[in-house]
Each structure stands twice: as structure tokens, then as C-alpha cells.
Design a protein around this ligand. Structure first.
Ligand code: 5AD
Ligand code: SF4
Length: 459
């Protein structure tokens, strides 16, 4: 340690996270790295010596939110001269120079592959310098770091199985902010799942930008899911996100067979016309996508599906927009994440196409997509009335202390009377009412995955 430098151990830190689940998982890794150095986590930014903002670049509004927050932190600096503010994640990678030079507020900038370096960067700032590490790596998976989960419900956790993305969809900035695709060794994933099971977690979502291309030696994503499901038969598994271009049949059969692999698949379509899919550099046609969906529904009875859709991508015609709407009607998703296209520098679309759909047209198309989806969801959820599900209880409902809230195997939120149930219980319920977002249920009894599914098989 240099003269006049405060020991890093005496410092408190606060992490604020924006963006995707992967970012939340990354913040848990940063948490572990800083705790290992003896630093002190605080849950209020105002009490922290170091504020770290884990950022997202996927759309402009994600970045705008972060800029506004950074400006608020500038206010904190007036009160506390020694406050250090750091930007982590995708924005760090994308606009490092702007962040440091234009916004005098930020002291540290760290890209997604450089989190191990944060303690050193904090010490560098102590010397009055700005500290930056935005190097992307071909190998870093943080495999040896056990994430420390300070937020979350203690029941469901995210486990990152790979990093980066090699897909190069023309609209997407992720390959530039998160670098090349690499998989984490299978054993380290299974160990983390075992630890989560020992800590009482009941649900794990395996995360990657393109999980079907997971590869560790001869192990594929299907092997990983199979092995994960065996770690704890009472733990449920989900994954996000697969790519429609290479979804393996083997995985569909596994999901159908194994009670603890959830009957829910998030399968981003992005658009519904061949011409648009081609401009987006999505290597499948509408027909191929629909055939995949048909196969999925055929192999997995009661399957629930969700998707990502972009409205108003470059050159989108009214006809192409109509095809997106019709694809969504044909599939009947249970949930959809729907976005207006937001142009991102460096992407292929930025270099090659014009962002030429006027803002009000984008907005109108997006709202047509959303309102159609809401009515599909409403109808599909209504069809659930009278059906039974196993719900994993995540906690008390936001609306009332007297109600518990959890998710069905099909990833729908269900709310029911509290009774004697606790967080982490599996409860068999019967659906009595539904809105487009929530199922209201009558609890039948506490159960286990083993007991529930063997009763179904016997019936
Ligand atoms: N504009 C709007 N939405 C985007 N997505 C990715 N890039 C953009 C963009 N430039 C959406 C895609 C992706 C999801 C995570 O975010 O639908 O699947
Ligand atoms: Fe996640 Fe993509 Fe946003 Fe980065 S840009 S935080 S990878 S959604």
C-alpha cells in the first residue's frame, strides 16, 4: 500500500444494477470479489465510499436511465469529496471515453471481463487518477468465483454458464460490449448448483446469450441440463436464452421427461417476416421458426412460450409489421418482451441500414404489438381457470401480506391465500381467476415435485 492510501478493507461499497439477468448475475460476482477483499457492502448509496453502477447498452433508454442516475451521484459528491463512482458493464465498454472525459463524475470504468481488477482500480483512484480497464477476454468466465447473492428472494437464482455472443444479429450491440462467446466449465456450473441447493434454493435459471451453443469439451447444453437436473430432483431449472437457429430435439425430449426441467421456453423471434429476419441477420425463416414451435408444442404438452420482438427495425414496411403480428397470433405466446428498435453504434445495422421508421410509427406499431399480446395473454390465462399447477412460493404478494406469490412451472405468476405456506414451498393450486399478467389460485396442499409428478403418472 502506498503512503496516505486508505486500506481498501475499511471501504464500504454499493452496487446498483441495470439491464438483463446476466448483469444481475455479474453484480453478484463483483460482490464476491469485493467481499473477499474485506470491503463492506451497504444497501444505501448515500452511505457508500464507493458506488458501482452496472450498466446496460442494449437500447438508448437503458443508457439514458444510467446517465440520469450518474448525475444524481454527482450531487452526492458535493457532500462527500472522497466518494468514488464506477461504471461497470456494457456502457463501460461502449462509451468509456465519453464517461470519463465528459462526465467528470466517474472515476472508474470497468468492462464485463475485467471485474477481477476492480480492487486494484479502486486503489489507483486513491492516487487521484482515473482508472480504466475495458479489456475484453477470450477466456474469462469467472468460473472459480462463487457469486454472493445479497439481493433476490433466496428461492430462485441465476447461474451464468457462458459469456459473450458470436451471433452478430444486425441490431445488437452485445457482441461489441460483451465480446466473444465462451463457455464456463461444466463442473464449476454443477458445483455452483450444488451449493445453491445446499443453501436452500429451489430454482435455477441457467444464463447465456445463446445457451444452445454451450460447449465444454464434448458436453453440450443438453448434457448440462441433464446433469443439472440430477444435482437435486427437487430443484427446478429454466434457461435463457436459446436461439431458434439451433435448438436441439434432445433438449425438448429431456424437458418433456424430467419433472424438474420447467415446461417453459423463451425463444426470441424478433420479427415475423423472412425479409426482416434476413435484414436482422437471424438465420431462420418464418416457416422454420413456426415448425420449431410446432415441434416444441408436440413434444412438450402444456408448454408455455415467451419471446422477444422488435418493432420498427430499419426499413420495416407495414406488411412486415403485419407479419410480425400474425406470427404472434399463430404462436400464441404466454409472455413477450416487446421493444421499439433503438439504433446502436458499431452494429451492422448502424453501418449498413438507415434507422428510417419514424418514431411515431415505431410507437404505434409497438403499441399494436403490445395490445394484441395482452389480449392473447388474457385469453390464455383465462383458459387456465380450473387447472392445477405446482407453484414455487417466492414470498408474500406485493398487494397483500395475507397472500403468497410464486410461479408455476410454466413461469406464470400465481397468487393465493397465505395459510401455513412459506417461501420455498411447492404448493399445488387450482386456478380460480386470471388477468393478463397474474393467475389467482386456491391452494390445495403443500407438495414436492417428486410426489406431484408421480401422482400424475399414476393417474
Ligand atoms: N433495439 C431494440 N431492441 C433490441 N434488442 C436487442 N437490441 C436491440 C435494439 N437495438 C432486444 C432483442 C433482444 C432483447 C434482449 O433486446 O429483442 O432479444
Ligand atoms: Fe445485458 Fe445486453 Fe444490456 Fe449488456 S447490453 S446488460 S448484455 S441486455
Amino acid at each position: 500500500m502506498k503512503k496516505n492510501q486508505t486500506d481498501i478493507k475499511t471501504k464500504s461499497f454499493y452496487i446498483e444494477t441495470y439491464g438483463c439477468q446476466m448483469n444481475f448475475a455479474d453484480s453478484e460476482i463483483v460482490n464476491a470479489i469485493l467481499l473477499e477483499k474485506g470491503m463492506n457492502p451497504v444497501s444505501d448509496a448515500k452511505l457508500a465510499d464507493i458506488i458501482l453502477v452496472n450498466t446496460c447498452s442494449i437500447r438508448e433508454n437503458a443508457e439514458t436511465k444510467v446517465w440520469n442516475r450518474l448525475k444524481e451521484f454527482r450531487g452526492f459528491k458535493a457532500q462527500n469529496k472522497s466518494l468514488t463512482v464506477g461504471v461497470l458493464g456494457c456502457m463501460a465498454e461502449r462509451i468509456k471515453d465519453q464517461i470519463i472525459e465528459e462526465e467528470q463524475l466517474v472515476d472508474i470504468v470497468v468492462g464485463p471481463d475485467a471485474y477481477r481488477d476492480i480492487p486494484r482500480l479502486i486503489e489507483e483512484v486513491e492516487d487521484g487518477r482515473k482508472a480504466v480497464n475495458v479489456l475484453l477476454s477470450l477466456e474469462e468466465t469467472y468460473a472459480d468465483i462463487a457469486p454472493i447473492r445479497t439481493t433476490g428472494n433466496g428461492v430462485s437464482a441465476f447461474v451464468s454458464i457462458m459469456r459473450g455472443c458470436d451471433n452478430m444479429c444486425s441490431f445488437c450491440v452485445v457482441p461489441f460490449t460483451r465480446g466473444r462467446e465462451r463457455s464456463r466449465p461444466l463442473e464449476s456450473i454443477l458445483n455452483e448448483i450444488q451449493q445453491l441447493s445446499d443453501q436452500g434454493y429451489k430454482e435455477v435459471t441457467l444464463l447465456g446469450q445463446n445457451v444452445n451453443s454451450y460447449k465444454d469439451r464434448s458436453y453440450s447444453f443438453s448434457t448440462l441440463m441433464d446433469k443439472a437436473s440430477l444435482v437435486d430432483p427437487e430443484m427446478r431449472f429454466r434457461f435463457s436464452s436459446p436461439h431458434p437457429k439451433d435448438f436441439p430435439d434432445e433438449l425438448l425430449h429431456l424437458i418433456a421427461e424430467k419433472p424438474n426441467l420447467c415446461n417453459y421456453i423463451h425463444i426470441p423471434a424478433q420479427a415475423g417476416s423472412d425479409s426482416m429476419l434476413e435484414r436482422m441477420r437471424r438465420p431462420y425463416t418464418r416457416d422454420q421458426y413456426l415448425q420449431l414451435i410446432e415441434k416444441m408444442k408436440g413434444i412438450i404438452p402444456g408448454l408455455s412460450l415467451s419471446t422477444d420482438i422488435i418493432a420498427g427495425f430499419c426499413g420495416e414496411t407495414e406488411e412486415e409489421h403485419q407479419q410480425t403480428l400474425s406470427l404472434m397470433r399463430e404462436v400464441e405466446y404466454d409472455l413477450a418482451y416487446m421493444f421499439a428498435y433503438s439504433e446502436r453504434e458499431r452494429t451492422l445495422a448502424y453501418r449498413k441500414f438507415e434507422d428510417d421508421v419514424p418514431e411515431e410509427v415505431k410507437k404505434r406499431r409497438l403499441s399494436e404489438i403490445i395490445s394484441q399480446q395482452m389480449s392473447i395473454q388474457h385469453r390464455r390465462n383465462h383458459d387456465e381457470i380450473g387447472q392445477r399447477h405446482v407453484v414455487l412460493v417466492e414470498g408474500t404478494s406485493k398487494r397483500s401480506e395475507q397472500q403468497m406469490s410464486g410461479r408455476t412451472d410454466t413461469n406464470k405468476i400465481a397468487v393465493f391465500d397465505r395459510k401455513e405456506f412459506e417461501k420455498g414451498d411447492y404448493v399445488e393450486v387450482e386456478i380460480t381467476e386470471a388477468t393478463s399478467a397474474t393467475l389467482i389460485a386456491k391452494p390445495i396442499a403443500r407438495t414436492s415435485l417428486g410426489a406431484y409428478y408421480s401422482a400424475i403418472l399414476e393417474a
